[in-house]
Design a protein around this ligand. Structure first.
Ligand code: NAD
Length: 498
């Protein structure tokens, strides 16, 4: 059976006694196994990082940028191979797999400008003969712990800024689809990155805990579910590390009575069911304002959902593929039952969906509920599958309150032709990322990504300038070059600029 190994110091890592199975979501079988590492494996990676990092930090930023340029070229040249590898383990369709890689690559493009964005600030003459300036320096060794649902984009969100700023970076990808991060690390080396600067260690909680506890790792970026994000944040911070930990989501799409419903239905079906709903920026809750809007929307939504094509991930015509594992399929179907038991009106039931010739694949048909209410557990929690819940609101204020009061605050969208309503919504909603007639408002690479409330712990977002801040420390220097003349100052009084 194919085995996926650690990637330490530019090559495959040591033997292992524990493994996790990599499933084939299209067919339900086991396609490979990944080694599960421990503190000893991590120690090897940390030692390699410690040996390589000082020279990388002092490599001038233009040369570091050139590695990013070449890496970008190599990822583009290998796009098909990477997309098929990603799709085979995750189950998302090929076009969407390419999108996953491309959104990560856009962060690498941003990192090609690292000489510019790392420049410090300078104030000449802050006092008599005194200048004050600042410089950004890398943390040293950083680590990334990533979820299964974006096996290219999220490792690239982290590795690009971490490496470009002069750190050594160790990634611990999801044990459910770990092949793409290893391939990306290989391409970094091919692009000219020194060995030991981008490494991959595999594992589960044991490896995550080893990373959280290792004294040489100074910064940890995590993306995954909220309970684990919370745990990672607390344990990492308690060990004196800088931690950013992005968690789960339950994004709402508010539909105002004046919205263009054909556009809404088009956007909503893609955002709710694309990637089988396994996106932290999916739109699994739709909130029509007013019963009339709800009825008009439902009438258009039902045929659009019924027309969706669920297929194997290599089917170019399919809108979405299987979910990642049998356990995840059972969990999503369990939530559908919970919503039924709680009184949600099941309009379209995706359970029991079988794809001919792929009966053992982890497929779930698209599912639609109406009359979901805020007291239901299935509304409060993240389902992370192809399930759309309609929660009706009587007014704009009621609609605004729903995402604002929800435990998660990752993304939200409003669909309207009314600029005033949109502006009001954007400024008042208690959510980190807002789309105005944009269903999945993932900010572009030169802005930053991050949710609020239980969708994000820590205070620095991913990528853009926030990413640069996260992976660097600012050193502040105050200098004077006295010429020997007496300055008459009193050295015993705290200096002021008065
Ligand atoms: P997950 O929390 O199960 O796993 C994430 C990482 O944590 C993996 O590397 C995993 O190995 C590790 N892990 C799992 N259990 C652990 C434990 N007990 N202790 C320590 N580490 C552990 O998440 P997932 O199922 O892979 O990904 C889906 C989740 O990620 C969803 O909740 C989704 O909303 C969220 N997500 C959030 C964002 C965001 O930016 N906010 C982006 C993508 C995904």
């Amino acid at each position: 059976m194919r085995q996926i190994d650690h990637f330490i110091s530019g090559g495959a890592g040591a033997s292992a006694s524990r493994f996790a199975e990599i499933m084939d979501p299209n067919n339900g079988g086991v396609q490979a196994r990944v080694v599960l590492g421990d503190a000893n494996i991590l120690e090897r990676a940390v030692q390699a990082a410690l040996a390589a990092q000082p020279a990388w930090e002092t490599t001038n930023p233009q040369r570091r940028a050139r590695v990013m340029f070449e890496f970008k070229r190599l990822v583009e040249a290998n796009m098909d191979e990477l997309a098929h590898m990603l799709s085979a383990e995750h189950g998302k369709v090929i076009a969407d797999s390419k999108g996953d890689i491309q959104r990560g690559l856009e962060v690498i493009e941003f990192c090609c400008g690292i000489p510019h964005v790392m420049k410090g600030e300078y104030s000449q003459g802050a006092g008599p003969g005194i200048d004050v300036y600042s410089m950004r320096q890398p943390i040293g060794i950083g680590a990334g712990i990533t979820p299964f649902n974006f096996p290219a984009m999220i490792p690239l969100w982290m590795s690009g800024p971490a490496i470009a700023t002069g750190n050594a970076f160790i990634i611990k990808p999801s044990e459910r689809d770990p092949s793409v991060p290893v391939r990306l690390a290989e391409l970094f080396i091919e692009a000219g990155l020194p060995e030991g600067i981008c490494q991959v260690v595999h594992g589960d909680k044991e490896m995550v805990d080893a990373i959280l506890d290792h004294p040489a790792i100074g910064a940890i970026s995590f993306v995954g579910s909220s309970d684990i994000a919370h745990y990672v944040y607390h344990r990492g911070v308690a060990k004196g590390k800088r931690v950013q930990a992005m968690g789960g989501a339950k994004n709402h799409g508010i539909v105002m009575p004046d919205a263009d419903l054909d556009q809404v239905v088009n956007d909503l079906t893609g955002a709710a069911f694309g990637s089988a709903g396994e996106r932290c920026m999916a739109l699994p809750v739709v909130v029509p304002v007013g019963d009339d809007t709800a009825e008009r929307l439902k009438a258009k939504l039902i045929p659009a959902i019924e027309a969706l094509r669920v297929g194997v991930s290599t089917d170019a015509e399919a809108h979405y593929g299987p979910v990642v594992t049998a356990q995840h399929k059972a969990k999503v179907e369990g939530w559908i039952q919970t919503c039924v038991d709680e009184g949600g009106e099941l309009i379209i039931d995706g359970r029991g969906f079988k794809l001919q010739g792929h009966e053992e694949g982890f497929f779930i048909g698209p599912t639609l509920f109406d009359h979901v209410t805020t007291d239901m557990e299935s509304y409060k929690e993240e389902i992370f599958g192809p399930v759309l819940q309609m929660v009706r609101a009587a007014s704009f204020e009621e609609a605004l309150a729903l995402p604002s009061k929800h435990q998660y605050g990752n993304g939200v969208a409003i669909f309207t032709r009314n600029g005033h309503a949109a502006r009001e919504f954007a400024s008042r909603v208690n959510v980190g990322m807002v789309g105005i007639n944009v269903p999945i408002p993932v900010p572009v690479a030169y802005h930053s990504f991050g949710g609020w409330k239980r969708s994000g712990f820590g205070d620095t977002d991913q990528y853009g300038m926030e990413g640069i801040k996260f992976w660097t420390k600012v050193k502040k220097i105050t200098q004077r070059w006295p010429d020997g003349a007496p300055d008459g100052g009193n050295a015993f009084v705290i200096p002021t600029m008065g």
